[in-house]
Design a protein around this ligand. Structure first.
Ligand code: VGL
Ligand code: ZN
Length: 197
């Protein structure tokens, strides 16, 4: 039991028709369900923001996809998305959530966004996932999901920095690709020692 599949944010709001839709976000769902069969542990993450979250453009009277400066650094301001308990925050209806050993929610702190499954965007506040994986003896992770250039990227880089062996299955991911973000993410992941498959 050492190799886990980490499924990042396969939620309605990141799929076509959702509030922060990623092109082709729903195309990867069946492939992810199949990949679950090849892993002894399956962990899902769920972006889970309170209404009025500080990462929302609407909280700053700003345009979606504009930038702001937070105490922890630059932050993209997103359309309202993945509000706790909403249909948009629910997993895609075809995702096999029954196979999940753990669902880890993130982004619930009103003042800090959390792209990574391991740390909030201050790069300090832990989600608890590291301890869970270590206490289960998991040392190898395959990441899939949405979006390649934000939550998958941040999760993969943090996992590699923490010493896990990390692979991103890019054909089971889709990107927002905003302002060069996908190219930057691919470099960041490669530099951190992540294998892009
Ligand atoms: C994500 C932007 C805002 C993601 C989450 O899942 O990649 N991106 N919140
Ligand atoms: Zn979010």
């Amino acid at each position: 039991m050492t190799h886990a599949l980490l499924v990042i944010d396969v939620q309605n709001d990141f799929c076509p028709g959702g509030a922060l839709a990623v092109a082709g976000g729903d195309d990867i769902v069946q492939g992810i369900n199949t990949a679950m069969n090849d892993h002894s542990a399956v962990i899902l993450t769920q972006d889970w923001h309170p209404a009025g979250h500080s990462s929302f453009a609407s909280s700053h009277n700003a345009e979606p996809m504009s930038m702001t400066e937070m105490p922890y650094g630059p932050q993209v301001l997103w359309p309202d998305h993945c509000i706790q308990g909403s249909k948009g925050a629910a997993f895609h209806p075809d995702l096999n959530t029954d196979r999940a050993d753990l669902i880890i929610r993130k982004g619930y702190n009103p003042a800090i966004d959390s792209y990574s499954a391991f740390f909030e965007n201050d790069h300090k506040t832990p989600t608890g996932l590291e301890g869970y994986l270590r206490t289960r003896g998991i040392d190898t992770l395959t990441l899939v999901g949405l979006a390649t250039d934000f939550c998958v990227n941040y999760s993969a880089v943090d996992a590699a920095k923490l010493g896990f062996t990390v692979k991103v299955e890019t054909n089971l991911c889709r990107a927002i690709d905003f302002d060069g973000s996908l190219a930057a993410a691919n470099s960041a992941m490669t530099d951190a020692g992540v294998t892009l498959a």
